[in-house]
Each structure stands twice: as structure tokens, then as C-alpha cells.
Design a binder for this molecule. Sequence first.
Ligand code: UGA
Length: 436
Amino acid sequence: MKLSVIGCGYLGAVHAAAMASIGHDVVGIDVDENKIASLSKGEAPFFEPGLPEILSEGIASGRLRFTTDMSQAKGAKVHFVGVGTPQVKDGYAADMTYVNAAIDGLLPHLSEGDIVAGKSTVPVGTAARLAERVTPTGATLVWNPEFLREGFAMKDTIDPDRLVAGVPAGEAGEAATETLRAVYHPAIEKGTPFLVTDYATAELVKVAANAFLATKISFINAMAEIAEVTGADVTQLADAIGHDARIGRRFLGAGVGFGGGCLPKDIRAFSARAEELGRGESVAFLREVDAINLRRRDRAAQLVIDAFEGNVFEKKITVLGAAFKPHSDDIRDSPALDVAVRLRGLGADVTVTDPEAIANARRVHPQLRYVQDRDEALTDADAVVVVTEWDEYRRQLAPEHASTLARGRLIIDGRNCLDPAAWRAAGWTYYGMGRP
Ligand code: UGA
């Protein structure tokens, strides 16, 4: 099927490449010339395992191309809209500028029977508003949220755990549903659940899923706070409650908390939208989820300060990790960098290393020192702080090896990803988050 994808950021670039890989004829469109130039060469403008290969294959097959010219959307049967909805500068709400501009740009190129499939994460009510503009062209608007995780984006797009389509009532909605089924038929044939809902439900599925995940993380981090004053071990606690199948162990990783371009801004936008709808109290707990999350960054920094008896001035501190999570070069709202910046602000001599995220981190925080090589970064450190659980730090850094590099024997595990016994046995003083 001929498809267009408007917006070639994380979501759009991955979606375009994935759709070409399952046999569709795809044009990706974005206003950013640099992004389009790099995608056209098969280069991903961000780190995502597997994406460069799938981009190159798609381009070589002739089924995938990229352009800045919106008129190239003409002729596609389905137009996916996957532009960003960042947090507004002066509040919590989602900035709808890019979604509105994408629809404005697309409208003149729509034909009778086309489908516009919104994928961006939007405040509930957006689809109904946009449908009023799309419907008069003879096209049908559907809302088709995306649940991909950075680092696993190709797998999550080609082989998702569920597909959701919010469609209008009546024949147009039924026809659009059939078309979307055809787009996603390889996944549907494999048994992926395909849920058809109204617009509001589809929009809410997305924000509810992210709100739940954020709540789960903050729940365990709240338990970490209690563990800290009682001497309990939050990791054992998570293991134990996680055995209850109704609870489940995943997303019960206590530590410096969640960051990234989605969870933090999505829970804030959800709160803002609920307030607008007169139901602020229904999701008031999300404010608490956010507050708990941000407190964990303070806690990690405080652990380091306390380890130096209140004064980190000119202490050489090596921060392992800059990305908001492993398998990503994304530093948006990264807890790792937040901790590094705080320590630097207190006069510590901070060195940051990360396998993929240094270039992005340097752009935003040029005041920090960056070293690409892990061992070089560890050399002469008075203390080591793990804030992104890359395998390079979690599995591949033996404490005995770290002892040959660092000057001090102080390790702060901001992700509870190390084996405390192994580090202590090697002579290190180990501090975890919510662990004795
Ligand atoms: C999240 C959702 O998981 C995706 O389903 C969703 O599609 C995406 O947002 C989106 O809205 O686009 P992502 O931002 O890639 O995906 O990252 P996650 O894997 O959810 O991790 C988010 C943050 O939570 C990371 O900083 C991670 O380190 C942290 N986290 C995760 C914890 O602190 N503890 C855990 O147990 C798990």
C-alpha cells in the first residue's frame, strides 16, 4: 500500500522504515532538511539498534524515500502523522503546534477515501477536533497510537504487543478499520490483538499506558524511600512482590527514576488535560508520581555528597551514563545528566561517559567534561556513580578492574544494577538506592 509518514523524528522515521520493511511503499516527510538528507542516505539521525539496516534496505528496494515536500504525500492511501508533542515552555500541557501544522500542510494534498492516521501522543479530544478539518476533504481521520520503546523501536513497530485504532462511527470508520488491518496484516496474522475503539478511548489508551508505567516506577521508588529509613532492601522487596503475577516484576526497577521524551511530559500533559476537563483530581496522583520521580535525582546526588561528608568540592567524580536509559542516545530529561549537573554545580570535578549519548549531552550541557572511553573516564576517580545501566557498566565492569583505575573506592549505584557483595568484596564502599 502507498503510505506517507508526516514527521520523521523517532516515531516517524522508525514507522516509515518498518512499514517499508513489511512491503509498503512509503514516503517520509519532514520540514527538517538535515534529517531528511541523513535518512535519505540510510543514516538514522539518532541511535536505534537495527534502524540503519532497515532504512538502507528500504531505500535500496525503492520502497522507502524521504522528502521535505509535503505534496509528495498525494497518492498515498494512509497518511500517518507522527510529529512531536513536547511540553509547552510555560506549563505542563502538550504543545500542539507541530500536529496542527502537519494537518494544515497535509489538507491540500488529501483525496477522497484517504485515511489520516494520527500517531502522536495527544491530549484527549484532539482527534475529534482534527476530524472536523479532515472530514470535509473526503478523507477519514483515525487515531492509531504508538507504544514503541526507544532501543527496541523496530521490534515494537513490526511486532507490537497490541494495535489500537480509534475510528469514527459508521461506514467511513468501518472502511478505515479495514484499511488499517491491511496495513498491519503481518502482525495481525501473527495474532497481535487489534482493538477498535472511538477516538477518545484510543487517545486515552496511550496516555493511560504511560501514566501506569510511570506510576509503577514511582511506586517502587516510594518504597525505596521507606526502605532508606528502615534498613530494608527495595530490590528484594521488588523481587518478592513481583512474583505476584498481578503485580509483575517489570518496571519495578528502583533508582534515579524515569526520564526521556515520553513518560515525564506525558504525565504532565495528562494532568493538564484532566484539569481542563474539570477532572484534575482524578489524576492528582500523577503530580505525586512526578514529585517522587524528581526526588530520586536529589537522593542520588545526596548519597554522593554524604559519602564525602557534605563536601564534594574538587572531588573527582565519574558519572557512568548520560542517556535516559541504555540502548539509546536520548538525553531528554535524563536523570543521569541531572545528577551530573547537580554535582558539578556543587564544585565537583565531574567526568561523564556514555557509549552513545555524549554528542547529545555535550550540546545541552557543555559545562560538563566528557570522555568517550569508560576506563579513561574512571582513571583517578574519587567516586563512581552509575546512572544509566548500560551493559558496559552493569555486566562488563568488574570491581577488581575498576580498582586498578580509580583512586577512591566509592561506588554509588543509581540504578541498583550492580552486585553489592561483589563490589564490597573488592574493597569498595557501595551505596544503592533504597538498599542498606
Ligand atoms: C515509553 C514507554 O515504555 C513506551 O511504551 C512508549 O511508547 C514510549 O514511552 C512513548 O510514549 O513513546 P521509552 O520512553 O522509550 O518508552 O522508555 P521506557 O523503557 O519506558 O523507560 C522510561 C524511563 O523509565 C527510563 O528512564 C528508564 O530508565 C526508567 N525506568 C524503567 C526505571 O526507572 N525503572 C524501571 O523499572 C523501568
